[in-house]
Design a binder for this molecule. Structure first.
Ligand code: SF4
Length: 215
């Protein structure tokens, strides 16, 4: 059984799968408490479901894309065989994780998005560096940038671990803390690293915001 907070069908707002109709499976529970967390409701709320029940819910939607998110999905051991089962059923599976738990046992076919926590998240140093050994070509690294300090920290992290040349690196502005324009200009000002950074806006927040709904 896996404790599930919610399962919903929407447009993928992040990663290189941005824009694709996707079923999101949000697991319950998180070991972190990021300052900007917008899914606090996932910390405790949810119901235990069997793998078959979750699969049945996913299959109601005619898309091959499934995103396993949280909370922190890797807190629950049964998520590992469940992701394998999804891959075996020909779903294109992505996993969003903070990287604070080992990704070693994640099925090779899963696209892993490692959301490395920056200093202003309040959860700096929670990323397990040994996870760098278990990455694969499809792995993406995401940094939510809350400030100038976070930007510089992320650049150093990418350089130190040679991420720019080997992986997709996503920089995302922390909603309400720095603007998209500020982050775009910061990226462009860094001549050596700019070509390797992908600015990521949380598309879903624009699509479903009160300003754009019904326009
Ligand atoms: S890791 Fe994600 S779910 Fe957990 S506290 Fe941070 S933002 Fe919230």
């Amino acid at each position: 059984m896996i404790k599930i907070n919610e399962i919903f069908y929407s447009i993928q707002g992040e990663t290189t799968h941005v824009g694709l109709p996707t079923v999101f499976v949000r697991t319950t529970g998180c070991n972190l408490r990021c300052t900007y967390c917008d899914t606090k409701y996932s910390y405790y709320e949810g119901q235990f479901q069997t793998q078959e029940q979750i699969l049945e819910e996913i299959q109601k939607h005619l898309t091959p894309y499934v995103c396993i998110t949280g909370g922190e999905p890797l807190l629950q051991k049964e998520i590992f065989p469940f992701m394998k089962k999804l891959c075996d059923t020909d779903f294109k599976v992505s996993l969003e994780t903070s990287g604070s738990k080992s990704i070693e046992a994640v099925d090779e076919r899963v696209k892993i998005i490692l959301d490395v926590k920056t200093p202003d998240s309040g959860e700096e140093n929670t990323f397990l560096l040994e996870n760098l050994r278990w990455t694969r070509n499809s792995t993406e690294f995401k940094f939510v940038i809350c400030s100038e300090k976070d930007f510089e920290w992320s650049e150093n992290f990418c350089r130190q671990h040679d991420l720019y040349k080997n992986f997709t690196v996503l920089y995302s502005p922390s909603f309400g803390q720095v603007t998209e324009t500020w982050l775009a200009e910061k990226i462009l000002s860094k001549k050596s690293s700019a070509p390797f950074i992908r600015l990521q806006l949380q598309l879903h927040k624009y699509i479903w915001s009160p300003d754009t709904r019904g326009v």
